[in-house]
Each structure stands twice: as structure tokens, then as C-alpha cells.
Design a protein around this ligand. Structure first.
Ligand code: UT7
Length: 333
């Protein structure tokens, strides 16, 4: 039997309208545009404003765009995998709420929690489902409403994160294109450096946890930075080596957008010039699970069939990984 590959056949995304600029942040906490830009590369981030709006409300706009572009009915979707650390609710899964909102009535779905590497983890799971031959149309979502868990009095985290959603459609093909290889890693001892202290079974929500601000992102930035620089660069290099790829073979690096300095270190290790690196951190900040599909969406018109693309991420968990894709179509569908 011919091998089945999982090809990305469409991309959709959504970012909210409100732009939280560095200038606005200067009025909220003791920070300045120069510090934020030089330490992170971020100028502004998008924030989802409005009562009753959640991660699924960004994701559904992205899914609707994708279905329209690909010209398919929501009823054709078999499965929805939603990577997020900011689900609408602790349960049910955001994938289920999203499926209902988008009319994907024949799909089953589930959420996947791997923080900033969530999209790569979900893409790898979706790829295996397509490769098995059992599923024909799998939607992979990376979405986070980080503004829901960021403390806007903490200058060390509030300047970094933003909200957004990105989605891709995976479909089978016997052509040698699509997701070619993936190398994923995790190390739970990294939990001490990046986590949310309360709201889980370890420390259920209470008046005390709210007063102690334990429902916000906690990050020891410098420690995470050190692990991220090494982790993202090493895993990308290892993936290239085991597939005999050199910098010349790679058309694009799509790195998780956490910090421009981490992105530069990864590109250097891979022997890639800056022109081959997708960077949109300046306008969206760190949208956690959404950064990679948001890049694919921004660059979609420039991508060509057969382009070798490396996706790379590092995030809370710790989780990290890299995925090699041969792009499946020219430009926007
Ligand atoms: O996406 C998930 C994975 N996360 C990451 O990959 C993030 C990794 N970490 C980072 O990107 C960086 O560590 C940060 C951007 C979070 C921080 O940059 P840094 O260069 O590591 O700064 P730092 O934490 O070492 O702080 C340097 C100084 C400190 O002041 P002192 O102690 O030197 O006087 C901070 O208090 O900068 C101060 N500082 C700020 N100053 C102005 C921290 N945040 C700010 C701020 N504005 N927003």
C-alpha cells in the first residue's frame, strides 16, 4: 500500500482588533518602549476585549475562514484538535465548543495542553491520524486568550503576551508532501519556572488564591530564556541532521514567537539567514499556541509547493520540538 502523508491544505487565523501598544503599557506599568523592543522585539499585541468572549470566539472566525478558502462544508470535518492553555472553561473541551459554533457536527474533538509547543504537539497527533488512513479531514487549532491569565500590574509578563488563533487543515495525499518528520520533547521539572499556581487540583481556586494573584502566568524569565535558547536550537538542528537537511535546503523557519533573541539563536544554529525566518512578534507578541499558525497565515501567499519548512517551539512544561514540512500548495488557496 502506498504511504499516506498528511498535507496542510489550508490555513486560517484571527487576531482581535484592539492593539495594546508599548506606549499604552507605559501608562500601566513601570516600563518603556525601548526596554520592551530591545529585550523582546515586541511593539504591540492584540487583546480580545468584550464580555463573554473566549478562545473559541477567535478560533471559530479562523475556522470559518479556512473552510471558506478550502471550499468545504463543516460537516466534512472528522476531528478537531485544539491546543490551548486558556480553554473557554476547564471542561468541556474548547474543541467541542468550537465544533458546535462552527457547525462541525460530525467531528469529535479534544484539547491538548502543551503551552507554546501545543500547536506542534497537536499537528503531530493530527498527522498520525491522517497517516493511519482512518481520518480524511483533521483541523488543528492553536489558540490562546493570554489576556485572561496575565496580570497587568506585573511588568515582567504583561509586556510579552497577546491573544490570537490560528488553524490548519490536514488532509491525506500519496504525494510526498506534507508533514515529513517531527521531534517532540518534554521535561516536567521545568514546571517550576513557568506555570499558573492555582486553579488546578493541586491548589483549587479560593478567595486566598485570588487575593494572592495565583491565577496568573508565573514566569522566571531568565531561567526559561536559557532553556528556550538551547532547547529550540538543539531540537531544530537534530531534526535537520536526522533528515540530512542543510540550511540551504530550508526555505523557511517558523519559530515560536516568544523573544527575538531566542529566534535569532535558533536561526544561527540552523545556518539560516534572517530572510528565511518568519517573524511577526513585533505585531502580535507571544500568543502561546497560536504563534506558529499565525506566521503561516501571514506568509501564506509567499509559500510554494515543495518548500521545506521547519516549525520550532519551546514553552511551558517544559515542552519543545520541531517539525519538518514540505509545503503542499502555491500561495493562497
Ligand atoms: O513562550 C514561552 C516561553 N517563554 C519564553 O521563552 C520567555 C523567555 N524569557 C524571556 O524572553 C526574557 O527572559 C524576558 C523578556 C521575559 C525578560 O528579559 P531579560 O532580558 O531576561 O530581563 P530580566 O528578567 O533579566 O530583567 C532585567 C531587568 C530587571 O531589572 P534589574 O533587576 O536589572 O534592575 C527587571 O526588573 O529588567 C527589569 N524588567 C523590566 N524593565 C522594564 C523586567 N521587565 C521589565 C519591563 N520593563 N517590562
Amino acid at each position: 500500500m502506498e504511504k499516506i502523508y498528511a498535507a496542510i491544505t489550508a490555513v486560517g487565523a484571527h487576531v482581535p482588533d484592539f492593539r495594546l501598544t508599548n506606549k499604552i503599557l507605559e501608562t500601566m506599568v513601570d516600563t518603556n518602549d525601548e526596554w520592551i523592543l530591545s529585550r523582546t522585539g515586541i511593539s504591540e499585541r492584540r487583546i480580545l476585549k468584550g464580555e463573554g468572549l473566549a478562545s473559541s470566539d477567535m478560533a471559530v472566525i479562523a475556522v470559518n475562514e479556512l473552510l471558506k478558502k478550502r471550499g468545504i462544508d463543516p460537516l466534512e470535518i472528522d476531528c478537531v484538535i485544539c491546543a490551548t492553555v486558556t480553554p473557554d472553561m476547564v471542561f468541556p473541551a474548547t474543541a467541542n465548543i468550537l465544533s458546535d459554533k462552527a457547525g462541525m457536527k460530525n467531528a469529535f474533538g479534544f484539547d491538548l495542553s502543551a503551552a507554546c509547543s501545543g500547536f506542534l504537539y497537536a499537528l503531530t497527533v493530527g498527522t498520525s491520524m491522517i497517516e493511519s488512513g482512518r481520518y480524511k479531514k483533521v483541523i488543528v487549532v492553536g489558540v490562546d486568550k493570554m489576556s485572561a491569565i496575565v496580570d497587568y500590574t506585573d511588568r515582567t509578563t504583561c509586556v510579552i503576551f497577546g491573544d490570537g488563533a490560528g488553524v490548519v487543515l490536514l488532509e491525506p495525499t500519496t504525494e510526498k508532501i506534507g508533514v515529513m518528520d517531527s521531534l517532540l520533547k518534554s521535561d516536567g521539572s521545568g514546571k517550576n519556572f513557568l506555570h499558573m499556581k492555582a486553579g488546578g487540583s493541586l491548589k483549587p481556586s479560593s478567595v486566598e488564591t485570588v487575593n494572592a494573584k495565583e491565577h496568573f502566568v508565573f514566569q522566571e524569565g531568565q531561567s526559561v530564556f536559557k532553556f528556550a535558547v538551547k532547547g529550540m536550537a538543539d531540537v531544530s538542528y537534530e531534526l535537520m541532521q536526522r533528515n540530512n537537511l542543510t540550511g540551504d535546503d530550508i526555505a523557511w523557519l517558523v519559530p515560536h514567537q516568544a523573544n527575538l533573541r531566542i529566534i535569532d539563536a535558533t536561526a544561527n544554529r540552523m545556518g539560516l539567514s534572517k530572510e528565511k525566518v518568519m517573524i511577526n512578534i513585533q505585531k502580535y507578541g507571544n500568543t502561546t499556541a497560536a504563534t506558529i499558525p499565525l506566521c503561516l497565515w501571514d506568509w501564506e501567499s509567499k509559500l510554494k509547493k515543495g518548500d521545506n519548512i521547519i516549525l520550532a517551539a519551546f514553552g511551558g512544561g517544559f515542552t519543545w520540538g520541531a517539525t519538518w514540512i514540505k509545503w503542499a500548495y502555491d500561495g493562497n488557496v
